[in-house]
Ligand binder design. Structure first.
Ligand SMILES: [Zn+2]
Length: 305
């Protein structure tokens, strides 16, 4: 974690911004000149993307250096008007060393629908991202956008901007950018399971609590606790099977407003889920949990290496 204990140099910051811009554009997270990226290089300094350029075609000389009040310190271009929300993240969360803003299609669709991403669907999403709330709409480029995201900057790793896009931050540029990738991935899984397959088997609460321990060991403080399936309804428990059969599964698990994906909705899906929920030995459950933990740990170590 040594890389997180120091500020990046101007050279490193600019290199990261250009690389992230290219990847963001190639992955269709932005169209035309959309999006912006910043990296903190000191207690009162950031490098940021300029206004009016495509993030896929930037060169280092286009970037702008600013202080945390938004005053330009060097660079020939004007900074993006959306830089206000970046500055707010750095002010609210001293741990943040990079901020990425984009309009990825699936995550932005959730933002447009006003649906937050809060369910424990996959181990990676729980560990690397956590819950993603929706901040109320504000006109892009205005101070209101900064106000709208302020309450989420410390307790979360990402936020959806209603009818606009997504914002992620991290302890270094790679973490901030990977969170944007993870967010779009999470949104896509949510869309497929909830709206296409119409079947969602959430992780159980004890599985989620194991994942949160891993997250804590990685020093990730934000992300909250995603909603999970109560353990008494987990795996082979007959109550869960019964709940699936009667179609009441999932209705008593903790949810927040805006979530509307329920457990299996069709008779066929319920039958299917009933089969999945066949009685399972305790040891077998433990093995599944351990396998998930091993997979997440391996992936996390790979990303950190
Ligand atoms: Zn935007």
């Amino acid at each position: 974690m040594e890389r997180r204990e120091r500020y990046l140099s101007d050279f490193e910051a600019k290199k990261w911004i250009i690389e992230i811009g290219k990847r963001m554009y190639a992955k269709n997270f932005v169209a035309a000149n959309d999006g912006n990226i910043s990296v903190r290089t000191g207690p009162n300094a950031i490098w940021a993307t300029p206004t009016g350029v495509s993030k896929g075609f930037m060169t280092p000389d286009m970037l702008v250096k600013l202080d945390l009040n938004g005053k330009v310190l060097s660079g020939k271009n004007r900074p993006s008007s959306e830089i206000k929300m970046h500055l707010r993240v750095y002010k609210e969360n001293p741990e943040a060393r990079a901020v990425v803003h984009a309009h990825p299609v699936v995550a932005t669709s959730y933002a447009i629908a006003g649906i937050s991403l809060e369910r424990a669907l996959s181990s990676e999403a729980v560990v690397l991202l956590g819950k993603v709330p929706v901040a109320p709409y504000a006109t892009p480029g205005t101070e209101e956008v900064a106000e709208s995201i302020a309450p989420y900057c410390r307790d979360y790793n990402a936020v959806l901007l209603a009818n606009h896009g997504a914002l992620t931050w991290g302890r270094d540029p790679q973490e901030a950018y990977f969170r944007m990738e993870s967010l779009e991935h999470y949104a896509l899984m949510s869309l497929y399971t909830g709206e296409v397959l119409k079947k969602v088997n959430e992780l159980s609460c004890s599985q989620v609590s194991n994942l949160l321990e891993i997250r804590e060991r990685m020093g990730i403080r934000g992300g909250g606790t995603p909603s999970c399936r109560p353990d008494e309804l987990a795996g082979g428990d007959s109550a869960w099977a019964e709940a699936l059969r009667t179609g009441t599964a999932g209705t008593d698990s903790p949810r927040t407003d805006g979530l509307r994906m329920d457990a299996p909705r069709t008779d066929a899906a319920r039958e299917d889920a009933g089969r999945v929920a066949a009685p399972r030995a305790e040891a077998e459950k433990q093995a599944v949990i351990e396998e998930i933990i091993a997979k997440v740990t391996e992936e996390v170590l790979r990303r950190l290496s």
